[in-house]
Design a protein around this ligand. Sequence first.
Ligand code: PLP
Length: 383
Amino acid sequence: MIYLDNAASAPVLECARAAAEPFLWECCGNPSSVHTEGRRAALALIEAREKCARAIGASPEEIVFTSGGTESDNMAVRSAALLGLRSGKKRIVTTEIEHPAVLECCKFLEDWGFEVKYLGVNGSGYVSPEQAAELITPDTALVSVMTANNEVGTVQPVREIASLCRERGVLFHTDAVQAAGMLPLDVGELGCDMLSVSAHKLGGIRGAGLLYCRRGTPLLPLIYGGGQENGLRSGTENTAAIAAMGAAMEHACADIPVKSARMAAVRDRLISLLLEIPHSRLNGGMSPRLCGNVNVSFAGVEGESLVLGLDLRGVCASSGSACASGDERPSHVLSAMNTPRELLKGSLRLTLSEFTTISDVEQAAVAVRDTVETLRELRVWTG
Ligand code: PLP
């Protein structure tokens, strides 16, 4: 099996498994309990918090553990909106290509009277800081722009937009779920007030994530209860998954320039092989693009059929984002990029990990070519 769906969920790293294991089988303590077992669990949270903070240039007290990227995004957006309301700010600025974790939360807020403005993207999948500058008004409560897109891998100009927000005193959140472990991330350099990360995209376990919130930035809880996470995220902590996340982030965020250069070479080989298939097109620009993302459309082919055909040939892939697969509607990201109609439904996303080899992608490319040919023959597609 060749696994090329790392952007949906990456395999759990050995270091993450080792960090989680004691909290699955040996240590049954609740981190809030004062006895030895409880303190052992609490210590694991402290260590994981330190590792996660270090990986993104933050301080441990700026990290709130959550259940994953979706919760972190919801917490950031909803909190900023409610806090904005207090001072009469009812505008939220985001992009058309955000993950549903941000978009659906914004839709909910629209129903409650907020005004959401969406930055468009160009044909290559990039937002423009100039358009952001036009949309950020004095009544803006939050600007949320993803660091890198999950479908087409385009890396957005978040530093520039964060700096605009800073000049105008507006909160800035970035969804770095796909960028963490792929791009060097330093919250100080980025200039963001809040940043979301998910563990299972970088070798941790599904069910853990974090929201970075800059010291002094107000934050409201999304979940109320026993007051865990400094009162910001109630509910007994998932100690095993959080311990694993600390280990995974420490590993994934180290040596990124070396890892990403190697991965980009493997990615480029795959892109060049796929573009040899007639009537194919790369979706999303190349500079800057995540080192592990390949997204190619094939005219006359349905993405879902392609994914199923590839599965039969031992290749795990995705059409668009994992959350959207099984959904009949064309990808909102490709639509926002004005992708031609005949290519809109035929997109294939192949996402690499640091362990993907040239041989893996060469075999995968053969499988893609064969599957595309078969599907085109079945549909009597004449090009
Ligand atoms: N944001 C982005 C950009 C993502 O790609 C994803 C998952 O695909 C999420 C948020 C949601 O993360 P999680 O699956 O941890 O809830």
